[in-house]
Ligand binder design. Structure first.
Ligand code: HXC
Ligand code: NAP
Length: 265
């Protein structure tokens, strides 16, 4: 856990984290709990959520799991309602649930494209929409995890790129509409983050070293570094920030598609 910020910045607050059962979402859930939030974890696999909740509980935090698919609005709304019933309020929403795989556009099925857009973009809308009325009561905020593919054309990633670009546009639209209600809406766009399912899927085999050389800062990012960016946005430090997408990519996107061109062979 990073020590960049003061401790206990979010004591008394409640966070709802999708994709909280693994990777970046699990790291974010643990960080939010360590900062004092009671945390609700949503994902499809109860066992993964239970493991993260157990770790949070063992380290002195409070967590409850809500197994659900972000594509199903009624289930998402029930989970948000359950979170508020359990913890009494809602202050922070993190949209980290996503699906991704490598596929050439020319052989990607319509259902494959739709599936990723449905999980990433529609899932982010579903959770944000269900949470809004609760966030408006507390002056809460939303952070959605996008990716550099949203802005940088990336081979074998047309589905994920379109979905993440959609989330960044949705972020600006929701920030505009919900600002008067005191709800801030932002995004964080990571580059390659070490030790994650995302990188295992996108850069298998010998690719990591080749990719690492194409990152201006010369290394992968860490889950802790993504957590620090999200903490900045949801903490009082970010109180006048809304509609923003914060790149946490070691400069990767400065090179355009460069870092990922090797994916094309
Ligand atoms: C081509 C594929 C495919 C693949 C699935 N499909 N995998 N097409 N290549 N490797 C197609 C299927 O053939 C099907 O289309 C459609 O997608 C739906 O597949 P299902 O398996 O039925 O979907 P579902 O069970 O809902 O699973 C969704 C999933 C899966 C995205 C396909 O991989 C998943 O659940 N992923 C969650 C975890 C994950 O992806 N984590 C990585 C996030 S990281 P047809 O036409 O056959 O019906 C990330 C990194 C970002 O986003 C950037 C890093 C820099
Ligand atoms: P991950 O561990 O696979 O995290 C994705 C999580 O989303 C999983 O826990 C998964 O759990 C959940 N999920 C998937 N589909 C879902 C659905 N339909 N409903 C509810 N939950 C669902 O991958 P990660 O690499 O940590 O990625 C986390 C986030 O960071 C994603 O938004 C990703 O796009 C973004 N990102 C990652 C990187 C990277 O380098 N890893 C870079 C840029 C952006 P279940 O399968 O159990 O549901």
């Amino acid at each position: 856990m990073s020590n960049v910020f003061a401790k206990d910045l979010l004591v008394g607050k409640v966070a709802f984290v999708t994709g909280g059962g693994s990777g970046i979402g699990a790291g974010l859930a643990r960080m939010l709990a360590a900062q004092g939030c009671k945390v609700a974890l949503l994902g499809r696999t109860k066992e993964k959520l239970d493991a993260v909740a157990a770790h949070i509980t063992e380290t002195g935090g409070v967590a409850k799991v809500f197994p659900a698919d972000v594509r199903k609005y009624d289930d998402v709304a029930a989970a948000v309602t359950g979170c508020v019933a359990e913890f009494g309020r809602l202050d922070v929403v993190v949209n980290s649930a996503a699906g991704n795989f490598l596929s050439p556009a020319a052989s990607l099925s319509a259902n494959g494209f739709r599936t990723v857009v449905d999980i990433d973009l529609c899932g982010t809308f579903n959770v944000s929409r269900a949470a809004f009325e609760h966030l408006a009561k507390t002056g809460g905020s939303i952070v959605s995890i996008t990716a550099t593919q949203a802005a940088v054309p990336t081979p074998l990633q047309c589905h994920a790129g379109a979905a993440k670009a959609g989330i960044e546009k949705l972020t600006r639209d929701l920030a505009l509409e919900w600002g008067r209600s005191g709800v801030r809406v932002n995004a964080v766009a990571p580059g390659p983050i070490e030790g994650t399912e995302g990188m295992a899927r996108l850069a298998p085999g010998d690719m990591p070293d080749a990719l690492r050389k194409r990152v201006p800062l010369g290394r992968y990012g860490t889950i802790d570094e993504v957590c620090d960016a999200v903490l900045f946005l949801v903490s009082p430090a970010g109180n006048y920030v809304t509609g923003a997408t914060l790149l946490i990519d070691g400069g990767t996107s400065l090179l355009g598609a460069g870092p990922f061109l090797d994916l094309m062979g």
